[in-house]
Design a binder for this molecule. Sequence first.
Ligand code: C2E
Ligand code: MG
Ligand code: MG
Ligand code: MG
Length: 280
Amino acid sequence: EVKNRGKNHYMYYHQELKKAMSRKIEIEAMLRAALKSDGFKLVYQPQVDLDSGQISGFEALLRIKESRLGPDQFIPVAEETGLISEIGRWVIREAVAQIVRWRNQGLAEKPVAINFSNRQLRDKEYVGYITTLLHQHHVAPRFIEIEITESILLENDDQTRQFLKALKDAGLAVALDDFGTGYSSLNCLTYLPVNKIKLDKSISEQFLQGNRIKVIESLILLAHSLNLKIMAEGIEEWDKVAVLKNSDCDGIQGYVFSKPLEPAEIAVIYNYNLLTKPPQ
Ligand code: C2E
Ligand code: MG
Ligand code: MG
Ligand code: MG
């Protein structure tokens, strides 16, 4: 009886493991195909400046064309397989190309943020790759912002600092993404060369009500005292916009203003004031 159950459990885990592995292999194949045949695209989510209501910049978010698979599912596979390096280079090329396209449509350049995986830290030529690319397309480095997450800090402190410093020395902006979800949050602010912190959605959800707003207010004060910009991410409701504005938060990125959009849709709202109603 016991032996039998053991065997069933083994069969169960064996089946699950097989399923997970074939799922991974499937996603890996999708990623390789996308790299080969122009199968990726970027969508852009506006970041809104709370003083002016203007779009201050965008976050570029990766999608596989004609696929409902989200980056939360395929980025981990890209990281495990090492494909992230090549994908990361495609992302930066495409973001720069898009900045140039908007410019050619007569729109004033605005910063585009791209996400960066821990694994890309080991790509020693990455900083040079970006600066060459920017130079070729006459895009000033400050129009690219690199988003890193706190988990990067647990990897290798010294290497990380050097990498980020190289980015900053080259004139790029660096943002600390998903702030508040990790362990080293407060400490790392004092020594990491970053320009901006992005409060994670979970923090805004937890701390934007009642007297817990004090926590957010303190974080905003702390950021400003360290000369950092602070932006709240994942904001979906208007009442939170007012609270954050009153707390002197610099910006908001969230569904309340816009979901990530196609470049053509972005061009339409490029110069709107999103704190007022859009023109009819
Ligand atoms: P992230 O960098 O924290 O990006 C923000 C995520 O929150 C995006 O999900 C965005 O669509 C979503 N979001 C924004 N506002 C709201 C809101 O008001 N409500 C809700 N519920 N969600 C909101 P997405 O596009 O699915 O990306 C998920 C994660 O995948 C990103 O989190 C980022 O870590 C990663 N990722 C996306 N693109 C890339 C990329 O090109 N390279 C790398 N390495 N990672 C990427
Ligand atoms: Mg991000
Ligand atoms: Mg985030
Ligand atoms: Mg995230």
